[in-house]
Design a protein around this ligand. Structure first.
Ligand code: 8IG
Length: 267
């Protein structure tokens, strides 16, 4: 396979290799698992293949403890799910193309929808650690776009109202919120969380918005679900801790697994 600097061509190459390695010609729905979501994956169905992301063109090794650099192909009913057990984050410094390569590969592999999950901080004190929240919209504070060239992509209704409504039918207790992506990898200061509140944000994290934009460009329907793993800085008075994030995910795993397991077949 020839080296390419065109990210769309690289995604086509990755999708072709993915089909070879998994033996699955086309995938239907992609999921990207964020911090805390990994324990939920087994509820999705039977794995037909699991590969290392580094076996595909354009992916690099996972950089964060608790993130697994694997891609699983899962047969769920009539659908083939493409599950990224980890993602490349903007703060890794590999560039915006690397951040959205998974979403572009999913599109090239045939996917029509992507479920973007993440672990994040929450601004509402009723969201205890382990609470899933649907993303209704986002504010991208990275100052970057994954789009190349003068393509003016409409982001109205980026987070599919249809899929959100389906989720709330499955689980009427699900709340919604505006997700704000900071570049990271440091967490926010309490003053920055004050700013988030002022600009209309409810969830803070270090992922998702660039991937959602790339997904929209590719024509994918987007469902975003955050797992609130900690209260945002300055809200509880306690310092933020990465271990807390992993623990909250583990504790919420059965609820997340149940949620994904019921939603994904409906997409
Ligand atoms: I998990 O409080 C997780 N990721 N920016 N702030 C930001 N990212 C996060 C947080 C948080 N918790």
């Amino acid at each position: 396979m020839s080296e390419t600097t065109d990210p769309y061509q690289l995604a086509d190459d990755a999708a072709a290799r993915l089909a070879e390695l998994t033996g699955v010609e086309r995938h239907d729905v992609a999921l990207v698992l964020g911090s805390g979501w990994l324990p939920a994956v087994d509820a999705l169905g039977r794995a037909t293949a699991e590969i290392d992301t580094t076996d595909l063109p354009g992916f690099s090794a996972a950089a964060v403890a608790g993130h697994s650099g694997k891609i699983r192909s899962i047969r769920a009913g009539e659908k083939n799910l493409l599950v990224f057990l980890s993602r490349t984050h903007y703060y890794e410094g590999r560039g915006v193309d690397a951040v959205v390569h998974g979403v572009r590969t999913a599109s090239a592999a045939g996917c029509r929808a992507v479920v973007l999950t993440n672990g994040c901080g929450g601004l509402k004190d009723t969201w205890s650690p382990g609470t899933p929240v649907l993303i209704s919209d986002h504010i991208n504070l990275t100052g970057r776009s994954p789009i190349r060239g003068a393509r003016f992509i409409d982001l109205t209704d980026l987070y599919s109202p249809r899929l959100r409504a389906m989720c709330r039918e499955v689980d009427p207790t699900l709340d919604e919120g505006v997700y704000v992506q900071f570049p990271g990898p440091h967490y926010e200061t309490p003053a920055e969380i004050g700013m988030v509140r002022a600009i209309g944000g409810h969830l803070v994290g270090m992922s998702t918005t660039l991937e959602a934009i790339a997904a929209r460009e590719a024509g994918l329907e987007v469902l975003g679900i955050s797992l609130v793993t900690n209260l945002a800085a300055g809200i509880s008075g306690e310092p933020l801790d990465h271990q807390e994030v992993l623990d909250a995910g583990r504790a919420a795993a059965s609820r997340m697994g149940d949620l994904l397991g019921r939603i994904v077949p409906l997409i």
